[in-house]
Design a protein around this ligand. Structure first.
Ligand SMILES: CC(C)(COP(=O)(O)OP(=O)(O)OC[C@H]1O[C@@H](n2cnc3c(N)ncnc32)[C@H](O)[C@@H]1OP(=O)(O)O)[C@@H](O)C(=O)NCCC(=O)NCCS
Length: 168
C-alpha cells in the first residue's frame, strides 16, 4: 500500500465513493467540493488516495487544524493534526486497508517533530470507527458538536504512538 496525492483525475472516483452508503453515513454533512478543491494546494492540508497494488482503495485527509481555513476545530494550538479517512468500496472494508492507511499517515505526520498529537472526530453514532481508532491506540477525550453533528473526539499523542510502535 502507498499514499499518493489526490488530483483532479480522481474527481469521478471520489464522487462515486461519496455515494456509497457506508461513506455517506459516516462522513457528516460536509459537501466535499472535489471539482474545485482538488485544484488548490494549501500548506495546511494533504488529500491522499491510498492504493493497494496500484488500485485506489481509500481516501485520507490530513489537516493542521490551527491553520485550516474554516477554523472547523475552533481555537486550537499549533502542534496538532486531524485526519479524515474512508474506504471507498464496501467490498474493501474489513481487509486491513484502513489500518494500513492510518499507520502510513501516522508515520508521515509524526515525522514532523513539531507535531505532538493527532485528533479524530467520528460521529458519536459511528461505533465501528470508535473501535477502529481504539485499536490504533487513540484515546476518547470527549464529545463535541460540529455544526449539527454530535462527534466523539479521539486523540493520539506522540508518546502513545511511540510506545505502541516501540520506537522509544
Ligand atoms: C473506519 C474505516 C476507515 C476502517 O477501515 P477498514 O479497512 O474497514 O479497517 P480494517 O480492515 O483495518 O479494520 C476493521 C475491521 O477489519 C478487521 N481486520 C483488520 N485487518 C484485517 C484483515 N487483514 N483481514 C480481515 N479483517 C481485518 C479488524 O479486526 C476490524 O474488525 P472489527 O470492525 O470487527 O473490529 C472504514 O470502516 C470506513 O471507511 N468506514 C466508513 C467511513 C468512516 O467511518 N470513516 C471514519 C469517519 S471518522
Amino acid at each position: 500500500m502507498h499514499l499518493r496525492p489526490a488530483t483532479k483525475k480522481d474527481v469521478d472516483l471520489l464522487r462515486h465513493w461519496d455515494k456509497q452508503p457506508h461513506v455517506a453515513a459516516a462522513v457528516s454533512n460536509d459537501d466535499w467540493q472535489w471539482e474545485t478543491d482538488l485544484e488548490i494546494n494549501y500548506g495546511w492540508r494533504e488529500q491522499l488516495i491510498a492504493e493497494e497494488n496500484e488500485r485506489p482503495v481509500g481516501f485520507l485527509q490530513i489537516i493542521d487544524p490551527a491553520r485550516e481555513i474554516s477554523q472547523y476545530w475552533g481555537s486550537i494550538d499549533s502542534g496538532y493534526r486531524a485526519i479524515d479517512i474512508w474506504i471507498g468500496e464496501q467490498s474493501d472494508l474489513g481487509k486491513g486497508y484502513g489500518t494500513e492507511m492510518m499507520n502510513l499517515a501516522l508515520k508521515r505526520i509524526f515525522s514532523d517533530e513539531t507535531v505532538m498529537a493527532v485528533l479524530l472526530d467520528p460521529l458519536a453514532s459511528n461505533t465501528k470507527a470508535h473501535r477502529f481508532y481504539n485499536r490504533l491506540n487513540f484515546k476518547f477525550v470527549g464529545e463535541r458538536m460540529f455544526d449539527l453533528d454530535l462527534c466523539f473526539i479521539f486523540k493520539l499523542t506522540r508518546s502513545d504512538w511511540l510506545n505502541a510502535n516501540d520506537q522509544d
